[in-house]
Design a protein around this ligand. Sequence first.
Ligand SMILES: [Zn+2]
Length: 244
Amino acid sequence: MERFVEEALVLGTVDYGEADRLVTLFTKGAGKLTAFAAGARKSRRRFAGALEPCTWLKAQLVERRGTTLRLDGVDVVRSFSGLRGDLSRIGRALYVVELCRELVRDREPHPELFDATTSWLGRLEEGLAGPTSLLAFELEALSLAGLRPRFDACSLCGGPLGGEPRFDAAHGGGVCAGCQARASGAVRVAPELLEALAALQAGQRTPLGAPVRARARALLNAFISHHLGRELRSVEFLKQLGVD
Ligand SMILES: [Zn+2]
């Protein structure tokens, strides 16, 4: 039996039996883990509402060979409770949590993505993270997870994208006119859109106008759906809220 403590973000919970809960965690040092929280639905003392999605914890975990990990106790590092009173912030937070859940594999550590996510949720709670910042976070998260889309050059030949670029999710980004025959799924995009995304990727934080954001959102949704095999559920929730 091995005991260990991990900083973790709660990604979601599923009720189990009469009183227990299975908790999916994005841990800083061990990637995604699912742990069994005995009595989590009854014992207010032990977990005290700390298993809500988006809560940042120090999780005390116990590993026994051949069984599910056990969550023994938690200390809240930051509850992000300020997010929960505002629907647009809830929508963005749930989107980010779902993106992490899909990008991170079981037991595959991504400590930089963990830090980027907790820090972004902190800015969201403080009212400092608007729609452009969400796009920037997604680009950073994709890069940190090894799925960096390329917007500054052709993802097939590495040459300049030119005045009539395409975008092909399967090939990982922009495609120049000369390579389009090799990229059957490529769609025409405005050069300004790829330039705006390249600038965000390079760290520029000038807020984008709503029309550019809408096109950037559609392009990122296509890229993420292609690589994850499905559209994130919270995309629809954000649409219903009218939030980007
Ligand atoms: Zn090319």
